[in-house]
Design a binder for this molecule. Sequence first.
Ligand code: PAF
Length: 283
Amino acid sequence: MDIVRELAALRIAVAALRSDGASVALVPTMGALHAGHIALVEAAKRPGTKVVASIFVNPRQFGANEDLSRYPRREMADLKMLTEAGCDLVWLPPVEAMYPQGFATNIGVTGVSDGFDGAARPGHFDGVATVVAKLFNQVAPDCAYFGEKDFQQLAVVRRMALDLDFAVEIVGVPTQRDDDGLALSSRNIYLDEDERTKAVALPRALGVAARGIARGDDPADAVAVAHAALIAAGFAVDYLALADAETLAAEPAADRPRRLLVAARIGTTRLIDNIAIDPPEQG
Ligand code: PAF
């Protein structure tokens, strides 16, 4: 597995990967890798495809009061995991390479970025869209893999790629979960034992609500019950709401794919998760 830290070297390495006609898949990450990231690499490893992973803790997507400085950095362990997963190339840009002196460009995706984490974390999705656009221009992949756990991010990236004519197929990969259902996240390491035990309420509440809505329960009632379950488990709920799975518009039509999205804090840790809502059963 090659590791490159300079843009010129990246371009040469990607050209070498492509030299026998292979296509290139990108797995963008901020490091602190876990099984969820490795599932992205596994999904990307298709015949005739070389896999490039990027590791860059992107300062522009962290708010002033967020956890940039304490965000876990584990380069050696990350590289070992990527080697074992069969990744072909790792792009590890230094911050000055991504944001050189005088960097003045921002990519904002309106609409789909506005609610949920976009409202709770102003500027976050501008930071994500800007860095992902740069990664697409740097690596020039044929396809790129993103986890469905960050569902709004996936929707923002899809919109951005469409709007800016990136010839990159965006692939969403189902959320990887611990045995009790908690979505894997780099932030789970912040949970103490008690918080980790209580955190299972999050996927459980989503599952109960999703099944209820799919059975035809009133969505507002199902969401209210899930909200109460989270409060009872000790969560402070930032948002818990049903949205159109593509546009993330509120009050989605029941005949379109819908998603129930949640962000909730337990102790000092903010967790997000989401679940697909199947159309109500007929008859
Ligand atoms: O999902 C992440 O880890 C990040 O938001 C991403 C897509 C790598 C952009 O920094």
